[in-house]
Ligand binder design. Structure first.
Ligand code: DP6
Length: 362
């Protein structure tokens, strides 16, 4: 088992480049088995698995400029080319957390310029793609100082660092199915970083589609931090963590044997279980909107009457991810446009599909 010590970078001050600039594009991901509940430091209470997306990305450039370690670190942040000081506390906290593993960061002032390829206030989580893209930029600097590090280590440590920024970011480094969290039936799975799903995936899941219906584009009603915390004193928490691990056992088989009906059963049940946990916490929350439920009902009717394999999943919010196989795209897409998009805020939706993971741009 890999331990946290494996991720401590030792370096020589003589090897530090004076300046460096890297740009990475990192995708968002959608969990099929959900991560909801954690302990310090960002250790999940159960294993989770996600589809890496292709079109919802954060593109981040980090410019490093050398400084004395004793000198205060300047961090300048631009979001969509405009100063964004409100991002600073989260990024400082992230850097403080990863400094024991990447101490070279203390030798640099940072200029971070970031933007999303999806609308900012769309309710799509940008913390996963955002933290992943930052972690990739930091790892590129580490690689420049130490050319010997292997690709495996490079991506594993990137996921390890990203996790310390946001748990789900651990699953935004690689494509296209990523497991994060130790699980007895997934070899080499770890609580510390995400791994690519280690088995052959059935062709039914090749190029799987995800149309994201933007039902509510507002600020998240419950932040992830608050939501995860509510799991601590939750009366059903232990059973929920067991259920998630069992669902991952079944889903692992399903992804290999291509059983789409079983896929739908697990994925929809996971989404509803996540929301059920929020409805039964203290305080309690309903994160769906009326239109979320209308969409779910429409999906169920359509599936029944057409025998297609359309299904839904949800994040901790009101938006709906509509999942379906590539070969049903034509039929499902016209249903979505006609019957589901009218339930979206300003008719907005995003067409996405399985993606390959983070990509170096510069
Ligand atoms: C509902 O990764 O946003 O999307 O670790 O506190 O940053 P932090 O939480 P975050 O939680 C994601 C929760 C989820 C389910 C999932 O992606 O697995």
């Amino acid at each position: 088992m890999v331990s946290t010590e494996a991720f401590v970078c030792s370096f020589s001050e003589n090897n530090l480049p004076q300046n460096a600039v890297f740009t990475w594009k990192s995708p968002s991901n959608i969990a099929l088995v959900k991560y909801w509940g954690k302990t310090e430091p960002q250790i999940p209470k159960n294993a989770s698995i996600s589809f890496t997306l292709n079109n919802c990305n954060t593109v981040t450039t980090v410019s490093f400029e050398q400084k004395e370690p004793s000198e205060n670190q300047n961090i300048e942040i631009l979001f969509e080319r405009k100063p964004a000081p409100s991002f600073l506390p989260k990024i400082r906290q992230f850097i403080d957390r990863i400094l024991p593993y990447s101490p070279y960061l203390n030798y640099y002032h940072l200029k971070i310029s970031t933007e999303n390829t999806f609308p900012h206030s769309s309710g799509i989580a940008s913390s996963a793609s955002g933290m992943a893209a930052l972690a990739m930029c930091f790892m590129s600097l580490e690689k420049q100082m130490n050319l010997d590090i292997s690709d495996d280590y490079f991506y594993q440590k990137a996921s390890f660092l990203a996790r310390l920024g946001s748990g789900s970011a651990a699953r935004s480094i690689k494509g296209n199915l990523v497991v994060w969290g130790e699980h007895p039936q997934i070899p080499k799975s770890s609580n510390l970083y995400g791994i690519e799903f280690p088995f052959q995936v059935h062709s039914n899941f090749k190029d799987y589609q995800d149309t994201i219906l933007l039902v509510d584009k507002g600020e998240k009603q419950v932040s992830s931090t608050v939501g995860h915390n509510l799991m601590h004193a939750h009366p059903f928490a232990d059973n929920r963590f067991k259920q998630a691990n069992q669902n991952l056992s079944v889903l692992s088989q399903v992804l290999q044997n291509g059983d789409l009906s079983e896929f739908i059963r697990i994925v929809e049940s996971e989404a509803l279980s996540l929301h059920a946990m929020m409805m039964t916490s203290n305080p309690y929350f309903i994160l769906m909107k009326t239109n979320t439920l209308q969409i779910i009902e429409k999906i169920w009717e359509f599936r029944k009457s057409t025998n297609t394999h359309i299904c839904f999943t949800l994040d901790a919010g009101a938006n709906v991810h509509v999942l379906y196989p590539f070969k049903e795209k034509k039929k499902v897409k016209s249903f979505i446009l006609k019957e589901l998009v009218p339930f979206c805020q300003k008719n907005q939706y995003i067409c996405d599909r399985l993606g390959q993971g983070s990509e170096l741009m510069l």
